[in-house]
Design a protein around this ligand. Structure first.
Ligand SMILES: Cc1cc2nc3c(=O)[nH]c(=O)nc-3n(C[C@H](O)[C@H](O)[C@H](O)COP(=O)(O)O)c2cc1C
Length: 356
C-alpha cells in the first residue's frame, strides 16, 4: 500500500465485493450521523507538537494487559469475514499476528474458534500478538459457558463483552442492498442459535439479540478464567461500574455507528471516561481512526491503544492476510512519523497537552 489514505483501499474493496457485502461493512445505522461523526471528531482535534526533542529512536511499542505489543493498535472485532475473503477469519488472524497486533475475534465469525487459534504465533520477535474473543451473551447460559470454555482452552487471553447491541439497529444502506450469502457463511461458533444466520438489514432491526445486564457482567467476571473487558461504553458512570465489577479494560466504542445513530462520537466520549477510570483499568477506543495523527490524539486523550475496524475489512477483501498486515504497517509508519513530528520518542510521552 502506498501512503494514500484508506479511502483508496476502501474503493478497491468496494470494486471487489458484492454490493451487499460492501454495504454491510461500510454502512451505519439510520442517517449514518455517528458513522460520519466518528471520523470527523478525530479530524477536528488539533495537535500541539513539542520541538527540539531527541526523536532519533522512535519506539511505537506499548504494554497492554501485561503484554508487549509492537504498536498501540488492534484488530477490532468484526463479524462474517468469509463475506470478504474465502479464508475468512483465518486470514485476518494471520495478518494480525504478522503485524504484531492483537486480533479480537468476533462471536459472529464464519470460521471456528480453534481454526483461528491455529493461526496464532507468527508475531515478530520481542512482541506478542495475543488473541482475544469478543463475546455477545446469548440468552442461554449453557451456550455462553460453552463459548467461554472453548476460547479459554484455545488459548485466547481475554473476553471482550460487547454491550451496545441489545437489539439490532437498522441500516437503510444495507436494506437497499441486502446480503444474500451462501448458507455456509454463517456464525459457525453459535450452532443452532437463531442469530447464526442473521445479517444487518431491515428483517432483523429491533430484534432482541443479546440483552445482557449488569448481573450478567458480574456473572461473566466470576465465571471466566480469563480477563473480561467491556466494549461499547460511552459514559463515565457506566465505565466506572464496569471496573467496579471487575472489568480489566474498557473499550470506548459506539460500534462504528452501526446500531444506535446520533450517539456521541468516541473522540468526544473518551476524555471523560479516561478521567473517571484513571489507572484502575486500561482504556481503549475505536471508531473512525484512520491516521497516525488520530492515534496520537486518542492516546493523548487517555487511550492506551486503539482498535481498527473497517480498514481491516478493506485490507482483508483486497489482500487477505497480507492486506490486513499492510493496514497496520501503514498505520505504524504514520504513527512513527507523527510521533517524531510531535517530539515524542516513546508512547508514554504522549500526554494530554499534545492536543490543543
Ligand atoms: C462489518 C462490521 C462488523 C462488526 N461486527 C462486530 C461484532 O460482531 N462485534 C462487535 O463488538 N463489534 C462489531 N463491529 C464494530 C467494530 O468492532 C468497531 O467497533 C468499529 O468497526 C470501529 O469503527 P471503525 O470501523 O470506524 O474503525 C463491526 C463493525 C463492522 C464494520
Amino acid at each position: 500500500m502506498d501512503s494514500a489514505d484508506f479511502d483508496a483501499l476502501e474503493e478497491r474493496a468496494r470494486q471487489k465485493l458484492s454490493p451487499g457485502a460492501y454495504a454491510f461493512a461500510a454502512g451505519g445505522a439510520d442517517d449514518e450521523i455517528t458513522l460520519a461523526d466518528n471520523v470527523a471528531a478525530w479530524r477536528r482535534l488539533r495537535l500541539r507538537p513539542r520541538m527540539l526533542r531527541d526523536i532519533t529512536a522512535i519506539d511505537t511499542s506499548v504494554s497492554v494487559l501485561g503484554e508487549r505489543l509492537a504498536m498501540p493498535l488492534m484488530v477490532a472485532p468484526t463479524g462474517r469475514h468469509r463475506l470478504f475473503h474465502p479464508e475468512g477469519e483465518r486470514a485476518t488472524a494471520r495478518g494480525a499476528a504478522a503485524a504484531g497486533v492483537p486480533y479480537v475475534m468476533a462471536t459472529a465469525s464464519t470460521v471456528s474458534i480453534e481454526d483461528v487459534a491455529a493461526e496464532r504465533g507468527a508475531a515478530p520477535a520481542g512482541v506478542s500478538a495475543p488473541q482475544w474473543f469478543q463475546l455477545y451473551l446469548p440468552p442461554e447460559r449453557s451456550v455462553t459457558e460453552g463459548l467461554i470454555d472453548r476460547v479459554a482452552a484455545a488459548g485466547f487471553r481475554a473476553i471482550v463483552l460487547t454491550v451496545d447491541q441489545p437489539v439490532y439497529g437498522s441500516s437503510p444502506r444495507s436494506a437497499r442492498t441486502p446480503l444474500a450469502p451462501s448458507p455456509d457463511i454463517r456464525a459457525v461458533n453459535l450452532p443452532g442459535q437463531p442469530v447464526a444466520a442473521h445479517s444487518y438489514g431491515a428483517a432483523h432491526s429491533g430484534t432482541v439479540t443479546f440483552p445482557a445486564t449488569w448481573r450478567d457482567l458480574e456473572w461473566l467476571v466470576a465465571r471466566s478464567p480469563i480477563d473480561v473487558l467491556v466494549k461499547g461504553v460511552l459514559r463515565a458512570d457506566d465505565a466506572r461500574r464496569c471496573v467496579n465489577l471487575g472489568a480489566k479494560a474498557i473499550i470506548v466504542s459506539n460500534h462504528g455507528g452501526r446500531h444506535l445513530d446520533a450517539t456521541v462520537s468516541t473522540a468526544d466520549a473518551l476524555p471523560g471516561i479516561a478521567a473517571a477510570i484513571g489507572s484502575r483499568a486500561e482504556v481503549y477506543v475505536d471508531g473512525g481512526i484512520r491516521r497516525g495523527t488520530d492515534i496520537v490524539k486518542a492516546l493523548a486523550l487517555g487511550a492506551r491503544a486503539v482498535l481498527i475496524g473497517r480498514p481491516c475489512v478493506w485490507g482483508l477483501a483486497t489482500g487477505g492476510a497480507d492486506g490486513v498486515r499492510d493496514v497496520f504497517a501503514h498505520l505504524r509508519a504514520e504513527l512513527a512519523r507523527t510521533m517524531a513530528l510531535c517530539g515524542v520518542a516513546k508512547l508514554d510521552e504522549v500526554t494530554r497537552d499534545l492536543v490543543a
